[in-house]
Design a protein around this ligand. Structure first.
Ligand SMILES: NC(=O)c1ccc[n+]([C@@H]2O[C@H](COP(=O)([O-])OP(=O)(O)OC[C@H]3O[C@@H](n4cnc5c(N)ncnc54)[C@H](O)[C@@H]3O)[C@@H](O)[C@H]2O)c1
Length: 258
């Protein structure tokens, strides 16, 4: 049990990577406060894992403030925070992105990490220990055509994470980011189907083209991300901070053309 009794906040925990990380951390003995905006899904997922939950919109200052109050009152400490909640938007050229779309993506993906810094880090500094992990994306160092707000939000996370590692490192706090590449599942399947129809070719051809952009010719999955989160949160990574670790099969070409 590498995380026995470690008090862990995971945002965006009701589905996808957050849920996968919560499952892995539960197996390793962590006591988790699962956070999500989707109350129905969150209640279900946390019940299945027998973990605590807190319904919150991480893009709102008041939500993060209440979350911090709730967790410190009940648990007195926080050992690990996984800032994982994130959204994307309809793909489109940057000149077509509306201000509302831009603000929404930046608020959920990037402003939320500022709120984490504002409402949780000061208490963590007093504890003189902690590990903070951000779910980023390879779009945060490669760019991502037709997803400019999303890519910008992930670059912002890296800047925040690096700075946090410097400011909070002297207090024994580590900050790192995981950058997943192209992820297996229903979402990428739908993207592939759409692209195949548009280009009048087969899904298999598009899928192979996507995979060909990585050295390992692969997509990644939620277990790959959970395994990296576990490593970064555990004492095995005690000397690792300020890093963006890609879990992506090594992206050679972020925009393979078919
Ligand atoms: N799936 C991918 O292809 C992929 C690739 C790289 C990076 N990522 C990143 O991984 C993270 C998790 O993505 P995922 O694929 O698991 O997505 P997902 O949609 O399956 O899960 C995201 C969760 O965040 C929650 N959420 C959304 N907005 C919220 C808000 N304002 N407040 C609280 N919770 C909110 C959703 O309800 C959902 O449960 C995101 O930061 C995403 O950008 C995903």
């Amino acid at each position: 049990m590498r995380l026995k009794n470690k008090i862990t906040i995971i945002t965006g925990a009701a589905s996808g990577f957050g849920k996968g990380i919560a499952k892995k951390f539960t197996e390793e003995g962590a006591r988790i406060i699962m956070v999500d905006i989707n109350s129905r899904l969150l209640k279900n997922t946390s019940k299945n894992l027998n973990q605590d939950y807190f319904i919150a919109d991480v893009s709102k200052s008041s939500s993060f403030k209440s979350l911090s109050g709730y967790v410190y009152k009940k648990y007195k400490t926080v050992d690990i925070i996984i800032n994982n909640a994130g959204i994307t938007h309809k793909p489109k050229p940057m000149e077509k992105v509306t201000e509302e779309e831009f603000d929404k993506v930046l608020n959920v993906n990037a402003k939320s990490v500022y709120y984490c810094g504002k409402f949780i880090i000061p208490r963590m500094k007093k504890q003189k220990k902690g590990s903070i992990i951000f779910t980023s994306s390879t779009a945060g160092f490669n760019g991502f055509p037709y997803r400019s707000p999303y890519s910008a939000s992930k670059w912002a996370i890296h800047g925040f994470m690096k700075t946090l590692a410097m400011e909070a490192g002297p207090f024994g706090i580590r900050a790192n980011a995981i950058a997943p590449g192209c992820v297996e599942g229903a979402r990428i399947d739908a993207v592939i189907e759409r692209e195949a129809a548009k280009k009048k070719t087969t899904s298999d051809i598009i899928r192979e083209a996507y995979k060909s952009g990585t050295s390992l010719k692969t997509f990644v999955n939620a277990e790959d991300i959970a395994a990296m989160a576990l490593f970064l949160a555990s004492d095995q990574a005690l000397r690792i901070s300020g890093q963006v670790i890609a879990v992506d099969g090594h992206t050679e070409n972020p925009d393979p053309k078919i």
